[in-house]
Design a protein around this ligand. Structure first.
Ligand code: HEM
Length: 345
């Protein structure tokens, strides 16, 4: 059984003229309730009160650090949500994605799905520096990543949820493992199998893909749909005709357009809402892997449900985010609390 609790979520509104539409739509949409998960949200080792005594101001430091970045760059919300996903999906939520290469390992930052794509490292490092000033060697980078991802969703108008804490940081990273992150070009069955291998299910996959309600993608990630889909010499026939023509204009068939970025959810690029699912129903999903959710009857039924019920989407997204944040966590004496997120102690 799910229930909502009214939350006193007061915050000062910074004067921001940057990306003014995003900014004010986010403020208007800021939710005032918390989704409590229907199942126990911890994994037996994590705890909601983990830093209550050792770092009581943690949430505030994270919130202000996030906001400082957000007023300059509203896209950072999307980038930080994705950073969290790419961390947890590769050997668990251990902040391994934040580690620079060393002589002992090639890290994840330069893996194909991350290079020139994943953003937000400096925001996490700056929040970590402030947290270290307040409570040295207490709070892991892994927990900061999880908290920032929630802040990003809440600030964009999405749901809020409680997060059990106490993760520790990994002491290694793997470029090879990060190269296995889901690709927009692989079949839905492969992507589903990758979610299942992490202890997530098909519902988690569909609802977490709703993270594409915010943020941007580079032309290179969907261009083959526009001109030569799977060697046919023609565009992807499932693409809506006028959406296709806009994308073809924006991403001309030359290498020079590869790194241009366009919204994943063009209806409401910085609002965390259920428009992403409506777009899939209208054949205007940007990535092949997004639109593929309409080709399987089970995932298509979930897309329809979320497109019709924003509260169902918010509730299920919150619940699946807790599951995502519990993948392969290090607790107790394992791992360490890094002093800087980019390197081990
Ligand atoms: C299901 C498999 C997934 C695939 C194949 C996928 C693929 C992608 C791709 C190709 C991009 C664009 C990257 C670029 O152009 O540089 C992207 C962006 C993004 N993804 Fe995913 N993704 C998946 C799942 C997720 C999940 C589960 C989340 C979050 C819970 C997520 C959150 C995001 C966000 C927020 C962005 C925009 C980032 C930004 O603007 O900086 N994705 N994804």
């Amino acid at each position: 059984m799910h229930f909502f609790l009214k939350m006193d979520y007061k915050f000062l509104c910074p004067s921001a003229f940057f990306c003014i539409i995003c900014f004010f739509s986010a403020i208007n949409g800021r939710p005032d309730y918390i989704y409590y998960p229907s199942r126990p949200a911890d994994n037996g080792m994590l705890s909601y009160s983990f830093y209550d005594n050792s770092c009581p101001n943690l949430n505030m430091i994270v919130r202000w650090g996030f906001w400082a970045a957000y007023i300059n760059d509203t896209r950072i919300a999307a980038s930080l949500l994705r950073l969290h996903f790419h961390d947890c999906f590769v050997n668990g939520c251990d902040a391994s994605i934040l580690l620079d290469d060393t002589k002992d390992f090639k890290g994840e930052k330069n893996a194909l799905p991350n290079r020139n794509s994943v953003r937000g490292f400096e925001v996490i490092e700056s929040i970590k520096a402030n947290v270290e000033k307040a409570c040295p060697s207490i709070v892991s980078c892994a927990d900061i990543l999880v908290l920032v991802a929630r802040e990003a969703v809440v600030t964009s108008g999405g749901p809020n949820w409680p997060i059990p804490l106490g993760r520790r940081d990994g002491i290694t990273a793997s470029e090879a493992a990060a190269n296995q992150l889901p690709s927009p070009f692989e079949p839905l069955e492969n992507i589903t199998a990758k979610f299942v291998s992490k202890g997530l299910d098909i519902n988690d996959m569909v609802v977490l893909s709703g993270g594409h309600t915010i943020g941007f993608a580079q032309c290179s990630t969907f261009k083959r749909r526009l001109f030569d889909y799977k060697g046919t010499g023609k565009p992807d026939p499932t693409l809506d005709a006028s959406f296709l023509s806009n994308l073809q204009n924006f991403c001309p068939n030359i290498d020079g357009s590869n790194s241009k970025t366009t919204p994943l959810d063009s209806q409401s690029v910085c609002r965390f809402d259920n428009m992403y699912y409506k777009s899939l129903i209208n054949n205007t999903g940007l990535l092949e892997s997004d639109q593929a959710l309409m080709r399987d009857s089970k995932t298509a039924a979930l897309v329809k449900d979320y497109s019709e019920d924003p509260f169902l989407f918010s509730r299920d997204f919150a619940e699946s985010m807790v599951k995502l944040a519990n993948i392969g966590v290090l607790t107790g004496q394992t791992g360490q609390i890094r002093k800087k997120c980019a390197s081990i102690n």
